[in-house]
Design a protein around this ligand. Structure first.
Ligand code: COA
Length: 172
C-alpha cells in the first residue's frame, strides 16, 4: 500500500502506474483526485511486476445501482454478454459510504485469478486503521462493464454502491 506521505519515488511510481491504468480504462483526462487522501494498493507478482492496482479515496456518499431485469437467456455466457452491453442506472438518493474505489485494474493476462478480490479484501482491512470495512461501506467509481460484473459478484448483489459518475466530476 502506498500512502500520500510515502517517499517521492514511491508516489512517482504510483503516478506512472495510474497513467497506464487510465490509458487502459480509456480515460481521456483523468478526474483530479485529492492526492493527500488517496491510498493505492499494488499487487506485485512473484517476478516483481505490478499486475494489479487499486486506488481508493475517502467518500461520504454512494448511490445504489438499479438492477435491470435480465432477459430469459439460456446460458451464463449469454447473461454476461447482456450485462456487458447494457448501461447502468443508479438511484438519486445518496446513502452513507466510507471508501470509494476510484480505479481497480488487473493486468489482462492475470484476470479471473481473484487478484481484484484480494486487493479489495486488503483494502477493507487497511483503509481505516483498526477497522474492517463492510461491503456496504464501499462504492465503485463509474464502473466499466468488467467492473460491474466483478462488483456484482464481489458484493453479492447487482445493487452495489457507485459514485463519481456525473461527467467525471466528484459528486460525493
Ligand atoms: N466477466 C464476468 N465476471 C467477472 C469478470 C468478467 N470480466 N471479472 C470478474 N468477474 C467476477 C467473476 O465471478 C469472478 O470469479 P470467477 O473468476 O471465479 O468466476 C469474480 O468476479 C472475481 O473476479 P477476480 O478474479 O477477483 O477479478 P480480476 O482479478 O479478474 O479483476 C477487474 C477484475 C474488473 C479489475 C479486471 O477485469 C480489470 O482490470 N478490468 C479492466 C479494468 C476495469 O474495467 N476495471 C474496473 C473499473 S470499475
Amino acid at each position: 500500500m502506498v500512502l500520500p506521505e510515502d517517499p517521492k519515488y514511491a508516489l512517482k511510481k504510483v503516478e506512472e502506474i495510474r497513467e497506464m491504468v487510465d490509458n487502459d480504462l480509456g480515460f481521456q483526462q483523468a478526474p483530479l483526485m485529492c492526492s493527500s487522501r488517496i491510498k493505492t494498493l499494488l499487487f506485485i507478482s512473484n517476478d516483481k511486476k505490478v499486475v494489479g492496482c487499486l486506488i481508493a479515496e475517502h467518500i461520504q456518499w454512494g448511490y445504489r445501482v438499479i438492477e435491470d431485469k435480465v432477459p430469459d437467456v439460456n446460458s451464463e455466457k449469454e447473461k454476461v454478454i447482456f450485462e456487458r452491453q447494457k448501461a447502468w442506472c443508479c438511484s438519486t438518493s445518496p446513502e452513507p459510504a466510507v471508501c470509494g474505489i476510484s480505479r481497480i485494474w488487473v493486468f489482462s493476462m492475470m484476470r479471473r485469478r481473484k487478484i481484484a478480490s484480494r486487493m479489495i479484501e486488503c483494502l477493507r482491512s487497511n483503509f481505516i486503521y483498526g477497522s474492517y470495512l463492510s461491503k456496504e461501506e464501499i462504492a465503485f467509481s463509474d464502473p466499466t462493464p468488467d467492473g460491474k460484473l466483478f462488483a456484482t459478484q464481489y458484493c453479492g448483489t447487482g445493487q452495489f454502491l457507485v459514485y463519481n459518475f456525473i461527467n467525471g466530476q466528484k459528486n460525493s
